[in-house]
Design a protein around this ligand. Structure first.
Ligand SMILES: [Fe+2]
Ligand SMILES: [Fe+2]
Length: 151
């Protein structure tokens, strides 16, 4: 069952005007929450993660990185096809996120409990941080274009 905290995260995800991208964001958030359940219960109980749990977490990260890359590529394709003026900047934002994902993936692979809080904090932050500001920027841009009278 989903916690109230996690349900609130879904509620905070903005609509970016493209149903398939909204779905992709939800799918990414699902993976993040799966990882957060693991990390959160360890933090709450004050226990270390077992080797199995680190392994599970690493698997979630693999999936998260792979799917984030697919989503980023699809989004960039859409933005460039539709002439989004800030496409290069958006690409740079995605590239920076992939770097961060890889950085934290390496932290996960260290299996060091000292990193649990950092990993958790960042995991909960990056997706909403990007979607609700940088993706929302293109949503607003395209919504404005659509609303403008032709000619
Ligand atoms: Fe996105
Ligand atoms: Fe994006």
């Amino acid at each position: 069952m989903q916690s109230e905290f996690h349900a609130k995260l879904f509620a905070r995800l903005v609509d970016v005007g493209e149903p398939r991208f909204n779905l992709a964001h939800e799918r990414l958030l699902n993976m993040i929450i799966e990882a957060d359940v693991l990390l959160g219960s360890a933090i709450l109980l004050g226990t270390a993660l077992t080797e199995d749990e680190w392994h599970t977490l690493s698997g979630i990260f693999d999936e998260l990185i792979a799917y984030a890359k697919v989503h980023f590529a699809e989004e960039m394709d859409h933005l460039r096809t539709h002439g989004y003026p800030a496409a290069d900047q958006h690409q740079a934002n995605h590239d920076a996120l992939v770097e961060e994902l890889n950085f934290f993936q390496r932290k996960v692979m260290q299996n060091d409990d000292a990193n649990i809080n950092d990993i958790r904090r960042w995991l909960l932050e990056w997706l909403l941080g990007h979607v609700n500001s940088q993706d929302y920027d293109y949503a607003q841009y395209f919504a404005k274009i659509k609303a403008e009278p032709i000619g």
